[in-house]
Each structure stands twice: as C-alpha cells, then as structure tokens.
Design a binder for this molecule. Structure first.
Ligand SMILES: Nc1nc2c(ncn2[C@@H]2O[C@H](COP(=O)(O)OP(=O)(O)OP(=O)(O)O)[C@@H](O)[C@H]2O)c(=O)[nH]1
Ligand SMILES: [Mg+2]
Length: 231
C-alpha cells in the first residue's frame, strides 16, 4: 500500500509503520543506556532452547552480574515460571493481549519496562516469541541479538531465514548433546551462517550438559563489560 507525500514522493504505509516502531525502539535503547543496562534479545524457533539457555546462563551469572528477563510468548507464563526460579526479576509478556503477535514490538516492550528495576540491572535478557521470521523484522531497542538454532532444525536454516542471521550479533547452536543421535553436519551450519553473515560469532552448546557454555558466558560477559566493569 502506498500513499502520496506532499513532496510528491510515494511512501509505503508499511514503511511509515516500521519507522514508528524504530522510533519506539530508539526510545527503549535510550532508556537502557540511561539505566546502564545491556539488553540482549534472544530469538529462535519454538523450542530451540532459548529458555533452557537462559536458565543455564542465569545460574552462571549469579553473584557476577545483575540480570533481569523479559520473556515474550503468545500465551502462558511457563517460561517466566521457569526463569523466576533463578531468583532474578522476570516479567512475562503475553502477546495474545496485543493482537497475538508472533514477535515482540518495541512499544509492547516499553509498556513492561516499568515492571523491571532497570537501574539495578547490568543485563536484561529479552526472550522473544519463538519464531525465526517476524522477530527479526522488529528492532526492540536491544544492544545485541542472539539467534538460538538447535541441531535438530536442519543445517539450512540460516539460508532459509537470512534476516534473523544477518541481524544477529551471535549464534548459539544448541542441544549439541543430541548430535550423536542425528546426522546433522555442524560444518555445514557454519558454512551457511557465513554465507548470510560472514564471520558471525557462533557458540556450540548444550544447556543440558553444560558443554560449550564457557564460550557463551565469555561472550555474554563481554557484552556487559563493554558498558562498564564487572561487579
Ligand atoms: N537434549 C537437550 N534438550 C534441550 C536442550 N535445551 C533445551 N532442550 C529441550 O528442548 C525443549 C525446548 O526447550 P525450551 O528451553 O523450552 O525452548 P524455547 O526455545 O525456550 O521454547 P519456546 O519459548 O517455546 O519457543 C525442552 O524439552 C528442553 O528440555 C539441550 O541443550 N539439550
Ligand atoms: Mg522459551
């Protein structure tokens, strides 16, 4: 759909809507900056292992960095209930009350930031709604975006969902403990990631066994350290 601008330029209404989202994302980013908190958006397909990764991450950051989590799902508080066991502040966003969106939007995130003690946090993880498509299209004000891709999803996912990988700061290849039961080619995943985002950092982890989590934790701590010294 397009509309006429006074200038005579034809501008898509969708482009204007996305500009409005970007403006709200910029406000969130400024809010995070002012509070000194690094926001990390965690996206990936349904069941990729986002919550399991965050559970393992929060356990390892206890006493090192002050964390909070916003978690988006269409329905249920299942993930918030799991994450709250870590003892950090967790807020569940159910998008069924905002049109049932398959992704988080900056304006929706902003509504829930008031429930987060931002000034007391170093890191805010935002678990996006399980989906490898729509969340990639919406800036929510994050400092970094992580794509969690599990070894069961197929090596070609970076090629099929390039936007998610292009906009990512890090890929976490999850559930590596399952590799002996699969015929997945981990080298092919690396090749396909490089094809859409050359050199993108990738950690290969198992939240279940802890394998590979050291490199992931180093990456997380580097994000926080970029904003100030570790406590
Ligand atoms: N074997 C194995 N299973 C895992 C691992 N991480 C997660 N799982 C399992 O994968 C399933 C989905 O994990 P979640 O952490 O709920 O995945 P999610 O991406 O948060 O899912 P949604 O929020 O619903 O999109 C659960 O049954 C987990 O126990 C892992 O490292 N190894
Ligand atoms: Mg989850």
């Amino acid at each position: 759909v397009t509309t006429d601008e006074p200038s005579g330029k034809r501008v898509g209404i969708m482009a204007r809507v996305m500009e409005a989202h970007d403006e709200l994302a910029a406000r969130n980013r400024e809010r995070f900056r002012a509070a000194g908190v690094v926001a990390i958006d965690v996206m990936g397909s349904p069941g990729a292992g986002k919550t399991a990764l965050l559970e393992a991450t929060l356990a390892r950051l206890e006493g090192r960095l002050r964390c909070g989590v916003l978690v988006g799902d269409i329905a249920t508080t299942n993930d918030a209930d799991r994450l709250a066991r870590s003892g950090v502040p967790v807020v569940q966003i159910n998008t069924e009350f905002f049109g049932g969106s398959c992704h988080l939007e900056a304006g929706v995130v902003a509504r829930f930031l008031g429930e987060m003690p931002l000034d007391e946090l170093d890191l805010l993880f935002i678990e996006n709604v399980g989906n490898l498509v729509c969340p990639a299209e919406f800036d929510i004000g994050q400092a970094a975006r992580v794509v969690v891709l599990s070894v069961t999803e197929g090596e070609d996912k970076p090629l099929k969902y390039p936007l998610a990988f292009r906009g990512a700061s890090q890929v976490v290849l999850s559930k590596v403990d399952l590799v002996p039961h699969l015929d997945v080619d981990l080298g092919a995943v690396r090749t396909y990631v490089d094809r859409v985002h050359p050199g993108l950092g990738m950690c290969t982890v198992s939240a279940r066994t802890g394998e590979g989590l050291g490199a992931w934790m180093d990456w997380v701590e580097d994000q926080a350290a970029a904003r100030g010294p570790l406590r």
